[in-house]
Write a protein that binds this ligand. Structure first.
Ligand code: PMT
Length: 399
């Protein structure tokens, strides 16, 4: 989503300046055009040559050194930016911005730009918790500057606490979010994702191939579009999506309880989880020994969570998924009607690039009026975006 976006990255003089090289590389990899401004102190920590090589653009360090052909640099950089990011941001640059000071290329560009500004503080814990720094951050937050909270941990100066540069993936996600239109603001979206695990004994369980990627992509995209997101996830190896309320569950029963406890507070419910329909009827307290033999496992039905949500949903929008290996449309449509869903996303998991574990999916979105939107193979994040578009259209039907 950052393809062709113009990013101005300001780097100030802190030990975390070296991490801005990786950040630049990440943005360039995503197709963004990155122009780097370094303060004089930043150049003591990392060389402009490194940033020039990684950004594939000249690096700007001096207000009076004209690299632009016509306009002076702080004006042209300020005007062309889609977003200005300062990472790492020292207490000094935060203080300067909060006081309206503009005495070098970075601070003048900040003053001159109309683009959103994201500040990523990194400093000693005592500096970060200092009342004056807090006041400056509060003041800038109230004036619509964006911040990513620093990480906690051991700092280069030997102290422990908040002050580390936030994880780069959180910075990238916040940039994506700032640059996304907030057309789902006001919505509270409850999303389920991943598989469930149904224990047989303390060391074994029944599960399925769901990786959680589809549900997590929905959570990420819904949050970028301004919704408040609660993600209820079965066990996956994915990082918690930034900015979502995250509830970890394991079995279908736990997932059902979490959904029922949280559904009243939502306006939209999306059930992308692959819930196990059955669980072992008896859970052995001890490991079942192979010497004792196990000729069969008795299974019993798990609660059908989506059916219960369908009965109690009121005017909430309910979106289900259907995994099918045959009669995709017919089976999906029947599920939608039987379980009182508003939309169902059907994936034929026999298709290459669809369904479990892959980064892509191939889906058809069916509605109750008999309509069907057929999507080509897309990254799951793009599939998520299209599903959210479709949900929006159900909420606000076109006249
Ligand atoms: O996680 P990934 O690796 O990215 O894979 C994505 C996915 C294939 C898991 C996802 O796209 C998907 O299709 N999820 C739903 C899978 C599924 O359980 O389909 P189903 O046809 O068995 O269930 C229909 C609907 O009922 C689903 O919305 C499911 O969440 C819900 N359900 C099912 C059983 C149950 N006991 N309770 C439920 O609520």
């Amino acid at each position: 989503m950052l393809k062709d976006k113009k990013i101005v990255l300001g780097i100030t003089g802190g030990i975390a300046a070296y991490k801005s090289a990786e950040l630049t590389r990440e943005f360039v990899k995503m197709g963004a055009d990155v122009k780097v401004i370094m303060t004089e102190n930043a150049t003591k920590f990392i060389t402009p040559l490194t940033l020039q090589t990684l950004s594939e653009n000249p690096v700007y360090t001096d207000m009076f050194l004209l690299t632009g052909e016509v306009k002076i640099d702080h004006i042209s950089l300020a005007e062309e930016a889609d977003i200005l990011i300062i990472a790492p941001a020292t207490a000094n640059i935060i203080g300067k911005i909060a006081s309206g000071l503009a005495d070098d290329l970075l601070s003048t560009t900040v003053m001159a730009t109309k683009a959103p500004i994201l500040i990523c503080p990194a400093m000693n814990t005592n500096m970060y918790t200092n009342d004056i720094v807090r006041e400056n951050i509060n003041k800038l937050t109230s004036k619509n500057y964006f911040f990513v909270e620093p990480g906690h941990g051991e700092l280069a100066c030997g102290t422990e606490g908040p002050g580390r540069l936030p994880p780069l993936e959180d910075i990238v996600e916040e940039v994506e979010s700032i640059l996304t239109e907030k057309d789902l603001a006001g919505e509270k979206i409850l999303i389920t994702a991943g598989p469930t695990q149904e224990p047989l004994d303390p060391v074994r369980y029944i599960t399925n191939y769901s990786s959680g990627k589809m549900g997590y992509a929905l959570a990420i995209m819904a949050r970028r579009r301004g919704a408040e997101v609660t993600l209820i996830s079965g066990p996956t190896s994915l990082p918690e999506p930034f900015g979502a309320t995250f509830l970890q569950v394991s079995s279908a029963i736990e997932m059902g309880d979490a959904v029922m406890n949280n559904m009243n507070d939502s306006t939209i419910i999306i059930k992308a989880a692959a819930v196990a329909d059955f669980r072992p009827a008896i859970l052995s307290n001890n490991k079942i020994k192979k010497g004792n033999g196990l000729s069969n496992v008795n299974l019993e039905r798990n609660p059908d969570i989506i059916s219960e949500v369908g009965r109690k949903k009121g005017d909430r929008i309910l979106v289900g998924f259907a995994v099918e290996t045959e009669n995709l449309i017919e089976n999906a449509r029947n599920k939608m009607i039987e379980k009182n869903m508003d939309l169902i996303v059907a994936n034929d998991v026999t298709q290459h690039g669809a369904g479990f574990q892959s980064d892509t999916n191939i889906v058809k979105i069916l509605d109750r009026e008999g309509g069907m939107e057929e999507l080509p193979i897309l990254d799951k994040i793009m599939v998520a975006n299209r599903i959210l578009d479709r949900i929006k259209a159900v909420k606000v039907p076109k006249v």
